[in-house]
Design a protein around this ligand. Sequence first.
Ligand SMILES: [Zn+2]
Length: 150
Amino acid sequence: MNKELQVAALQNGTVIDHIPSDKLFTVVSLLDLHHEETNITIGNNFVSKKLGRKGIIKIADRFFSEEEISRLSVVAPNIKLNIIRNYEVVEKKILELPDELKGIVKCNNPKCITNNEPMQTHFHVIDKQVGVLKCHYCEKEQSMENIKLI
Ligand SMILES: [Zn+2]
């Protein structure tokens, strides 16, 4: 499918591209798109050379904050965002896992202070390739594959 055609219909908004197909609905719920009242187009299982199958979400009149973007990078690191203004792509972002994650992921150690006190979790991303996080407080490591989002 032609990429230019896919984004052409949007006057202003965001196109989220290169979403692995099995992560599409996680992304939808993560961004809380169920409650958006703007025009949203969701497509899945487009053939992609890189990913095999991918999903695309087009959202009119919606731009995402850095926080929302870092949440996205946790579930699907190589997503691409195209920011559209007046039918033109004015910015492209390729999501990358940040060095630190605050208030996004739960610590999987039940004894961790973050699971027992009303406080924000804080993780250091110690291996971006493999996806390993380390809790700032209890120092327990966990794999990105098994994380629970807050
Ligand atoms: Zn912890």
